[in-house]
Write a new protein. Structure first.
Ligand SMILES: [Zn+2]
Length: 280
């Protein structure tokens, strides 16, 4: 046996010491080259939930901690995909190639005929082009469509983690329902989104299925004008009281989202602090 050599930290080259040349080589030979910025910028153009958008941004950079990526960092371990238990796990396998994932996609899209993109940046960037609908000026419909890959990838990743770390399993039908429910709920919170162009029947049915309570108005409604309807005798009364001393007006208002139901109200207090008029 050789004499014991003490462990020491060192760069990955034979000498163990860092040089600029070695560093440059390491950066330029990495397989995790970020995609073209125009591709991932698209992720932020139609924001959904920040955690899902961020996950998709990481996914587009091939930086999620799939087993192939962990192996590149020197972490060894089982590398089989936990969804199908037959292939090696990688991001593209988990999201697009895995038979389990493909069944989820078929359910979410409600069509077995649609060809899925061959890579993840394309999936996230060019998804709108694969739409069976005309999305022009239909912002609500377009957002719903564009969110499909985001929410599907997110839930596939969720399922993969549940199987690995919690030993919990969901079948494809349950995952499909979860994707649609989360997508519908999130869309339901985007009150400002409206279609400016009318949808055809097929589009209407598709969207209604996803968001049963969506507002079918196509044109943003005009903001209703406030109408306080202060009656003549009240006006006279206010004038008369104001001459006697300082009155105080407190009022507030709120709206449920942009261009949705609005309300407001207030009170006019006498100089002694007692309430003179309430209105809403
Ligand atoms: Zn698989």
């Amino acid at each position: 046996m050789k004499a014991i050599v003490k462990d020491k930290r060192g760069w990955g080259s034979t000498s163990g010491s860092y040089t600029v040349v070695e560093g440059y080589k390491s950066i330029t030979t990495t397989t995790n080259i970020p995609p073209d910025p125009t591709q991932w910028r698209f992720i932020w153009a139609f924001p959904s939930l920040p955690k899902i958008d961020f996950f998709c941004w990481t996914l587009a950079h091939n930086n999620i901690l799939t087993k192939d990526n962990l192996r590149k960092c020197g972490m060894e371990g089982p590398s089989r995909c936990p969804l199908c238990l037959s292939e090696e796990e990688s991001a593209i396998h988990l999201m697009l190639l895995c038979p389990f994932a493909r069944e989820v996609w078929r359910g979410v899209l409600r069509s077995g005929a649609m060809e899925l993109p061959g890579n993840i940046p394309f999936l996230l960037h060019n998804w709108a082009k694969l739409s069976p609908f005309n999305l022009t000026k239909k912002y609500l419909l377009k957002t719903a469509w564009i969110w499909i890959p985001k929410f599907t990838c997110w839930k596939l990743w969720w399922e993969r983690n549940n199987r690995l770390f919690k030993d919990e399993k969901c079948n494809t039908s349950k995952i499909i329902i979860k994707i649609q429910a989360l997508l519908g709920e999130t869309l339901d919170t985007k009150h400002g989104l409206r279609n400016e162009a009318a949808m055809d029947n097929a589009e209407e049915i598709w969207l209604k299925d996803l968001v049963p309570n969506y507002d079918s108005e196509t044109i943003p409604p005009a903001l209703p004008q406030a109408n306080w309807e202060i009656h003549l005798e009240e006006q006279e009364f206010i004038k008369w009281r104001s001459a006697l001393g300082e009155h105080y007006l407190f009022f507030d208002g709120a709206s449920k989202g942009n261009l949705r139901a609005v309300g407001g109200g207030g009170v006019i207090l006498n100089p002694d602090g007692s309430t003179e008029i309430r209105f809403h």
